[in-house]
Structure formats: structure tokens, C-alpha cells
Design a protein around this ligand. Structure first.
Ligand code: ADP
Ligand code: 5GP
Length: 213
């Protein structure tokens, strides 16, 4: 089949659910994915680099990006701004790549509104206890920040029914494979096969004229 435009995939889920881990593994294991790097005003965590995990900006710089209409969406999350740069996503989709946005729920719903063909995936651990264990175990946030993120998770849970799929991240490898399968299936949806539909419709039309029989 000819290269169609890539699928835009939004991955959301509670902080500590394993989104980053899952996406990293998905990209190691399978080709054809591009990960969008977001802009944020949050401070880098130890080991994070500008342009790799995030584009780290001041509040003023971020507001400039908003004014320039350089973001597909943006949202505030626990005192910081986060947003998706538009240019990279458009370029990769046009090149046929499936583009992953790892963004929170407000941003996810804004993307779906703007681009209804977007696939929305929600990642969750099997239980709340496991969520707390992972978030504390990651050791990247203070207990105060962990508390705000767990409180935020209660709000986020209310948005789960808006998503196309709920991905329970229990065993990592199984979850990665399921995620890949869901995205592959999305390519076969009729609305994502327009070019192929047109091509085969044209080819088949000659039979109507009786020329190729
Ligand atoms: P998120 O990006 O959703 O905030 P992370 O990918 O940082 O979450 O994962 C949070 C913690 O949980 C990390 O320490 C990670 O190693 C661990 N983790 C991720 N997936 C699993 C899993 N399937 N089973 C056990 N631990 C996991
Ligand atoms: P963290 O600070 O843990 O890296 O991210 C906090 C939250 O912000 C996560 O839920 C993450 O998915 C979300 N996030 C990251 N980038 C973006 C973005 O570009 N837009 C939106 N709306 N949320 C984002």
C-alpha cells in the first residue's frame, strides 16, 4: 500500500502509570514511530536535557510560543505549562510516521477536538496502590509533589471514558505489544485508507468498461 499519512496517537495516564517507560520500549521495539518533544516551564529533573525530554522554557518564552501559534495545544499541569510544538508533528505525520504525544488530559481533549482522527490511549497501572508504589519508587519528586500528582489523578480518572482505549500497564512487554497492535489497527480504519480506496476504486472501474476481462 502507498505511504499514507501517519496516525496521531495521544498517550495520557496518571503520573507514574508508566507512560514514559512504555513509549521508550515501543520505540526501541518497533519502527515507524516519532515522539513529539513538548515545551514546558517545569524545571529539568536530574539527567534531563533540553531538546531530549523537553524543550525547557521560561514562562515568558512559553507565552511567546502561544502568541506565535506554534503549539497544537497547551495546558497547565500542577503549576507549570506544557505544550506540543506544531511544526515537528505536522512534518512527521506527512512523512508517514505515527507520532506519539505524551500529554495530559486537557491537552488530549483539545487535540481530539482539533484533529478528530487522533487516537486517544489512556495508560493506567492495575491498581491505585501500584500507582503510588511506582510514583514513590521512581524517586524523582518530593512527597509534596507526589501528593499533588496523586490528587490530580483523581480528576484525571473522571476523563478516562473520553479515551478510545484503556491500556492497563501490568506486564510491560505485553502492554507495549498491545499498544502497537492498537495503533497498527488504526491504520486499517477506512477513514485512514482514503488513498488506497481511491486507487483500487479507479483500478476496478476499468472492469465496468469490460476492457480488462
Ligand atoms: P509516567 O511516565 O507515566 O509518569 P514512568 O514511565 O516514569 O511513568 O514510570 C513510573 C515508574 O514505574 C518508573 O520507576 C518505572 O520504571 C515503573 N514502571 C513502569 N512500568 C512498569 C510496569 N509495567 N511494572 C512495574 N513498574 C513499572
Ligand atoms: P512530567 O512533569 O511528569 O514530565 O509531565 C507532567 C504531565 O504533563 C504528564 O501528564 C505529561 O503527559 C504532561 N505533558 C507533557 N507534555 C505535555 C504537552 O505538551 N501538553 C500537555 N497538555 N501535557 C503534557
Amino acid at each position: 500500500m502507498m505511504a499514507e499519512k501517519g496516525i496521531l496517537v495521544v498517550v495520557s495516564g496518571f503520573s507514574g502509570a508508566g507512560k514514559g517507560t512504555l513509549i521508550k520500549r515501543l520505540m526501541e521495539k518497533y519502527d515507524n514511530y516519532a515522539l513529539s518533544i513538548s515545551a514546558t516551564t517545569r524545571a529539568p529533573r536530574p539527567g534531563e536535557e533540553h531538546g531530549r525530554e523537553y524543550f525547557f522554557h521560561t514562562k515568558q518564552e512559553f507565552e511567546e510560543l502561544i502568541l506565535q501559534d506554534a503549539l497544537i495545544e497547551y495546558a497547565r499541569y500542577v503549576e507549570n505549562y506544557y505544550g506540543t510544538p506544531k511544526a515537528y508533528v505536522e512534518k512527521q505525520l506527512n512523512a508517514g510516521k505515527d507520532v506519539i504525544l505524551e500529554i495530559e488530559i486537557q491537552g488530549a481533549l483539545k487535540v481530539k477536538e482539533k484533529l478528530p482522527e487522533t487516537l486517544l490511549l489512556f495508560v493506567t497501572p492495575p491498581s491505585a496502590e501500584e500507582l503510588k508504589r511506582r510514583l514513590v519508587g521512581r524517586g524523582t519528586e518530593t512527597m509534596e509533589v507526589i501528593r499533588s500528582r496523586l490528587a490530580r489523578a483523581c480528576e484525571e480518572a473522571k476523563g478516562m471514558p473520553e479515551y478510545d482505549y484503556i491500556l492497563v500497564n501490568d506486564r510491560l512487554e505485553e502492554c507495549v505489544d498491545r499498544m502497537h497492535e492498537i495503533i497498527r489497527s488504526q491504520h486499517d480504519r477506512a477513514e485512514n485508507c482514503q488513498e488506497f480506496i481511491e486507487k483500487i476504486t479507479e483500478e476496478i472501474a476499468v472492469f465496468q468498461k469490460g476492457e480488462q476481462i
